[in-house]
Design a protein around this ligand. Structure first.
Ligand SMILES: [Zn+2]
Ligand SMILES: [Zn+2]
Length: 381
C-alpha cells in the first residue's frame, strides 16, 4: 500500500488546512477507511473535522490509532501531520484483514486541531478513549526518539482594574492598572529563580493603557505556564496567582485571573508499548533512543490522551538535529523522500505494535500495570 499511502500524504501536503478547517483531509481519510470496511462516525466530540473509524468485535483489547492532519498558517505542513495521518491510516489498513482473528477491536481516531485548539482534549472529554487499551501514533521530527518530552501547559489571562485619573492633575485619585501588571512581571522574575526544572512562565502584555495623559484603569496580560507534570502545573498556577494578587494588593487595583483555553496534560509515555514499537522499528533498521535529558518540546493534546490510557508518541527523524519543525525546511521534508521513508516505517511499526496489543493479553496487562504505576508517581511527584 506504500504508493497509495504516499499519494494520500502528498494530497494532504498539497492542500494544507488549518486547525478546525480540515474538511478535505477528514473526508479523504474517513472515505478511505470506509472503502476498507470500517464504519465511520463523523462530527465526533462536537468537532466538525473529527471522526472515529472502527472495525472488529467492539470488545477488548481495543487499540486506537491517532491521525493528525492540521497544518500551520503560512507554512503548510511544517509539522508533518500529513505523515502522521498516512502512517496511522496505513497501520489501520494493514490490520484490517487480521482483526477478525484477534477478537479485539480497532479504532482510527481522526484528531483535528492539534496546533490550535487541542482536538484530542475534546475527544478525551467526550469519552472517545473509553475502553481503549493502547493509543498509538508517531510524530515526524529531527531525532529518532522513543517518546516525546512534552510538558503540561495552560494559559492564564490576568486582568487588572484600576481608576483613571490625570497623571499630573489628580494623580492621587488614580489607581494604575498597568503598574499592577508590571509588578506581576517583576514578581514572576523573582519566582522564576526558584522554579523546578521544566517549570516555566512566559507572559505578554495585551492591554497597557490608551494614552499617556490618563492613568490606565485597565491592563491585561496573558501568561503561558508549563511544568513537567500536571500536579507541578497546579502548584505553578497557585504561585502565579499569588504574584498577581500580591501586585493587586500593593497597588490597590483589583485582579481577575481566568483560564484561557484548555489545560494540556504532560505526556506520559507507556514504557511497555514504547518498547514494543522501538523493537519493531529496530527490525526496520531504525534505532530510537531516549530523548536528550532536559530537553522539552512544548506541549500537545496527546498529553491528555496519555494520562487517560496507555499511549505512545515516538519521534521519527525526517531532518538532521540542527533543524526544527514549524519551519519551511520541515514542510519540504514532510513532502519529500525522508518524510516518505519515516511514514512507511512508522506505519509498519504501528501496525505491528497494534497487532501485539490485539493478540497478546500479556502486553495489555503489562501496559496497564506500567500506566497505573506512572499515574501514582505523577500524583505524588
Ligand atoms: Zn506542530
Ligand atoms: Zn505536530
Amino acid at each position: 500500500m506504500a504508493d497509495r499511502l504516499w499519494e494520500i500524504s502528498l494530497e494532504l501536503h498539497r492542500n494544507p488546512e488549518l486547525s478546525h478547517q480540515e474538511h478535505r483531509a477528514a473526508a479523504l481519510l474517513a472515505g478511505e477507511l470506509e472503502s476498507f470496511g470500517f464504519s465511520v462516525e463523523r462530527d465526533v466530540a462536537g468537532l466538525a473535522t473529527a471522526f472515529v473509524g472502527s472495525i472488529g468485535s467492539g470488545a477488548s483489547p481495543r487499540v486506537a490509532l491517532l491521525l493528525e492532519y492540521d497544518a500551520l498558517p503560512g507554512l503548510g505542513h511544517a509539522c508533518g501531520h500529513n505523515l502522521i495521518a498516512a502512517a496511522g491510516l496505513g497501520a489501520a489498513l494493514a490490520l484490517q484483514p487480521l482483526i477478525q482473528a484477534t477478537n479485539g477491536s480497532l479504532l482510527v481516531v481522526g484528531a483535528p486541531a492539534e496546533e490550535d485548539g487541542g482536538g484530542k482534549i475534546a475527544e478525551v472529554e467526550a469519552g472517545v478513549f473509553e475502553g481503549v487499551d493502547a493509543a498509538l501514533m508517531f510524530h515526524p521530527g529531527v531525532h529518532n526518539w522513543s517518546w516525546a518530552p512534552l510538558t503540561a501547559m495552560l494559559e492564564l489571562r490576568v486582568t487588572f482594574h484600576g481608576k483613571a485619573a490625570h497623571p499630573t492633575g489628580n494623580p492621587q485619585d488614580g489607581v494604575d492598572a498597568l503598574n499592577a501588571l508590571i509588578r506581576t512581571f517583576n514578581e514572576l522574575d523573582v519566582l522564576r529563580r526558584s522554579l523546578p526544572s521544566g517549570s516555566h512562565v512566559q507572559g505578554i502584555i495585551t492591554h497597557g493603557g490608551e494614552v499617556t495623559n490618563i492613568i490606565p484603569d485597565f491592563a491585561q496580560g496573558r501568561f503561558a505556564l508549563r511544568a513537567l507534570t500536571t500536579s507541578a502545573l497546579d502548584r505553578l498556577v497557585d504561585q502565579v496567582r499569588a504574584c498577581a494578587e500580591g501586585a493587586a494588593r500593593v497597588t490597590s487595583a483589583s485582579v481577575v485571573i481566568e483560564n484561557e483555553g484548555a489545560t494540556y496534560a504532560h505526556f506520559r509515555s507507556n514504557p511497555v508499548l514504547a518498547g514494543t514499537f522501538s523493537r519493531h522499528l529496530a527490525r526496520l533498521g531504525i534505532s530510537a533512543t531516549e530523548p536528550q535529558p532536559g530537553v522539552y518540546l512544548g506541549s500537545s493534546d496527546i498529553g491528555n490522551v496519555s494520562t487517560t490510557v496507555p499511549t505512545i508518541h515516538p519521534f521519527l527523524q525526517i531532518l538532521p538535529p540542527d533543524h526544527s519543525d514549524h519551519t519551511p525546511d520541515f514542510a519540504a521534508a514532510a513532502g519529500g523522500e525522508y518524510g516518505k521513508a519515516a511514514m512507511l516505517a512508522a506505519a509498519e511499526a504501528l501496525a505491528c505494535t497494534a497487532f501485539d496489543v490485539l493478540s497478546d493479553p500479556a502486553v495489555v496487562e503489562h501496559a496497564w500495570t506500567a500506566f497505573n504505576e506512572q499515574a501514582a508517581a505523577d500524583r505524588s511527584g
